[in-house]
Design a protein around this ligand. Structure first.
Ligand SMILES: Nc1ncnc2c1ncn2[C@@H]1O[C@H](COP(=O)(O)OP(=O)(O)OP(=O)(O)O)[C@@H](O)[C@H]1O
Length: 239
């Protein structure tokens, strides 16, 4: 289990995160929602060693992760994707997956490459295809495959459906649920409430760096505090 306990992150005078506690359980998907600038990406950065903690702790099965460099945290079994795709565009699919497996310090076998592509929902993609030549939705999924290449216990997806059309987004739900079902603890940052409702077991809502609500997707959708801070003000409808 991954646990954040009273985590605080400061950027100058900004409390990007304040007193945030949450847990990710194997086999389960936790949704993380909130308005732009609420601190969602910062939470992933704090977990993966990219944003230093001002307070609190991050532990994986009881072992402290905060303070470790990003590569050590990756080796401990935490993988992520990025809000803006960060593939090695000039490399082929195999090269990108090998980069994801780097923390394991072993070669990536051909059959494992096939399995990773299948788990990410892009079994049709050739390992020799150049990453930047892939359609956008496939690039997003290649990022997921690269995260899985590390054989992680925890996967954090930062807006994986951004730029996808509705049918691609629908298929993404199956991919996410299948990864969780394999025993991975997952965090899903997402603005699309349809996807959140379909993919997440529980949801945490951030606003100005603080948790303002937590519960099942149905509970969150009818929470007046959430509707006021987030759902009612944007394009998303809580209905
Ligand atoms: N490297 C940084 N330096 C300074 N301030 C930062 C940095 N990263 C984030 N912030 C600030 O911290 C706050 C939280 O930002 P963060 O990107 O985590 O929000 P978010 O919820 O992921 O937003 P979005 O939905 O737009 O991605 C914002 O006020 C942001 O401006």
């Amino acid at each position: 289990m991954l646990a954040l306990d009273r985590v605080g992150v400061r950027y100058g005078g900004v409390n990007a995160l304040r007193d945030v506690s949450l847990e990710l359980q194997p086999g389960s998907v936790l949704g993380l929602i909130g308005p732009n600038g609420a601190g969602k990406t910062t939470l992933v950065n704090a977990t993966t060693g990219l944003a230093p903690l001002a307070s609190g702790t991050v532990t994986l099965d009881g072992a402290r992760l905060d303070g470790l460099p990003p590569h050590r945290i990756a080796r401990a079994g935490i993988a992520r994707t990025y809000q803006n795709i960060r593939l090695f565009g000039a490399l082929d699919v195999r090269g990108n997956l090998a980069a994801g497996a780097f923390s394991r310090r072993e070669r990536l076998a051909d059959n494992e490459i096939a399995t990773l592509l299948e788990r990410a929902g892009i079994a049709h993609v050739a390992p020799t295809a150049q990453a930047r030549s892939l359609p956008y939705g496939d690039q997003r999924r290649l990022e997921i495959a690269r995260a899985l290449a590390a054989r992680p216990n925890v996967v954090m997806l930062d807006e994986p459906a951004a730029g996808m059309n509705p049918s691609e987004t629908g298929r993404l739900v199956d991919t996410i649920r299948a990864i969780a079902a394999s025993g991975v603890a997952m965090l899903l940052i997402e603005h699309d409430m349809t996807l959140v409702r379909a993919a997440c077991d529980r949801v945490v809502v951030l606003n100005f760096g603080q948790v303002i609500a937590r519960g099942t997707p149905a509970e969150i959708a009818r929470d007046p505090v959430v509707v006021e801070a987030y759902l009612g003000t944007g394009a998303e409808s809580p209905a």
